[in-house]
Write a protein that binds this ligand. Sequence first.
Ligand code: SF4
Length: 435
Amino acid sequence: MKYFIKTFGCQMNFSDSERIAGKLEEIGYKSASNDKEADLIILNTCSVRQSAEDRVWGAVNNYKKKKLYPRNSKIIVTGCIAKRKKVVEKMDKVDIFLDIKDLNKLPKLLNQNGIQAKNTNDYFQIKPKYQNSFTAYVPIMTGCDNFCSYCIVPFTRGRETSRPMEEILEEVKGLVKQGYKEIWLLGQNVNSYINHERIKSELKTNKGSDFVILLEEINKLPGKFWIRFVSSHPKDMGDNLIKVISHNGHITPYVHLALQSGDNETLRKMNRHYTCEDYLKLVKKIRKAIPDVFLATDIIVGFPGETQKQFLNTVKIFKQARFSMVYINKYSPREGTASFKMKDNVSMAEKDRRAKELNRALSKIALDNNKKLVGRQLEVLIDGRAKDGLYIGKDKSYRSVKIKSEKDLIGQFIRVKIKKAFDYGLEGEIVILDL
Ligand code: SF4
């Protein structure tokens, strides 16, 4: 029996897919190279935006309508959508809806009575099947207690749950031993990670947040590897966290700090608990402590009631913060959230226009940032090949770098001298292979 997993959405979902694959292989399933060969098609979904939900809905319909699959494959839907009652009612063609926290029940749902899966009740303890041999995702917490007014995550993923620190350190140590070079620590809100064991044992040694302690422990590990983490909420980005990133150890100078809007009234309506002034102060502090930082952010355009003047406030802060990357989302109302009750009064055409204007500003800032790197040598982890045949990878700060090579370099650290700068990346020549 073969399975095929299609993942939609964020890194957290990619990490979940690795655990789903691990669970299925435990009970004897093998990975199919495409969906046509699969007896089991798993759609690991995202419902942060309506467009993502529509794509899953389209995929389910296509699978069943076209009857492409003589195997009469079963369709499983998991991830955020699987917890939305209305979607479950609508998607009557789906065989199994699976709450990701119930992944352990999957063998039973598939009637795999003969083959025993390990009886772990804890989702975090399921052994993942990592997608490649150099980058791995390690979930450290899940869920969110912040209830931003537009966001469905606290309702689909539930409240925050953190994983014991020892377990995370064991997984990271194991990965380093196996030669993994880039490890992502994941959670909806990584910097509100809590080590429950410390609280239980009433250790009073917590000088900073538990997340900072976790990073300090990882920084002590020997070996050559990079640690990245997402996502961080600006309100939880403390001085100790900035300090541990600035140490230039395993923790990379990649900071993804969602701004969402550059207008204080909109931020208040979004329930974000910071002002533009707070955010800019934080950016200043980060840039001072970590000069080589790659600052990424998320912006929502067209939030209910967002006027042209309020949008221009976002453009202004955008230029002041000088982001290297921005993920722009056009607002879409999600039933069950607080903003669903607000009038979605910015037209789609206007949302498109605002998104384009921000993208133009980003291109200019990113190009200026990148031009400063021409002539510099950067360490790069090669992770694939671009359409033009060049090898592509990321430097420690998460900048995209392309190089030409006759030799297969995927999964290797190399040193590159930067020759050309573009708005979304850099191109260079190899100086040292195999760092
Ligand atoms: S912090 Fe806000 S946007 Fe992020 S997951 Fe939590 S509720 Fe959603």
